[in-house]
Design a protein. Sequence first.
Lengths: 197, 164
Amino acid sequence: MKRFCLILMLAVGRLTGSAQTHAPEVLTVIHSDSFAGSLLSHHTLYTGHVRVDHPGMKLTCEWATTDSPTTNSPDTIIVARTNVVIDLAGKTGTNTNGAAGMTGVGNQSWHVTSDQAVYTNHPAGTVTNETLTISGHAIAKSEKETITGEPLIYDLVTKQFSGSNYEMVVSGAALPPAPQAKTNAAAVNTNAVSNPH
Amino acid sequence: MGIVRHTLYGIRRTAGPALAAACALLWAAGAGRAEDRENPVKQASDYTSVEYFDPPHELQISSRITGAEAIPLPGGHETLVRQFKLELFGTNGLPTYIVEAPNCRYDEMSGTASSPGHLTVRSADGKVTHEGDGFLWRQDDKFLTISNHVHTVIKDGPEIKAKP
């Protein structure tokens, strides 16, 4: 009986996994051609072949801005603009919050294209919240599924998508069944945001 | 800063003739050693330039530029600083950023530092580092531009506080 209760508690713990989890320090590496920024405001601009390497994703874009964490403002915010391409690392088995064998989007790798993506790391005490808000012709594709949304929100901790106007197509069969099957066109960048340079 | 540079050029103006005369005497006496013949005019060690905050924090250092060696360049405005190090401070006196470069041209008139060489920047709390090649630093607004091969590392995550 005790063993059954323990298994049940573990299962409930997995099912109730949220965006918050105890997490180690996250290393985000940004490469670019050039950099401009104020060391007073901690606001910086990266231009040219911008690449962001993060344990949960690899992102490329034409330019990006960042707000670095400070003692007074611990959040990290990266805004990626123009021709944004993101590869989200999937994980089979145990994901970052310890939910072994979690099924669904958390087990897959995703290729995402959009006009803009905003990465936010909001540490709160000993807990980390990491989200990616993808907007502007946002399309996420895996081996079997395609997700659109405006915006699409990806939780880098639970590895799950959510969002507004959210639609998922699984191997040609829409979920939930829609009146017409949606075929998503290839992402076309119409982002007219000008480079502040 | 003005004091430091004034001192540097003061050495050139006032010490030059005296040194030449001293060297001539030593040479004439046949007692001149190699280190005595070095011309101190062309280099100064332990270069330091300090800038303070505006009132009401006028007693607090806002930035400090140091170098192992400083060589005044022709034209009088620029100084070549070797082992360039720039430290930025908050109004609380704590350091915020440390910028380092092997070599740098520092222009006091325009308040800029620049170099085609390598640069490293790190926040004092160790959370952010920037590296790259070729930079321009504007002292007035504390604005940094890195031209090539930018590499930034951001360490973030939950604050782990040690138990008392």
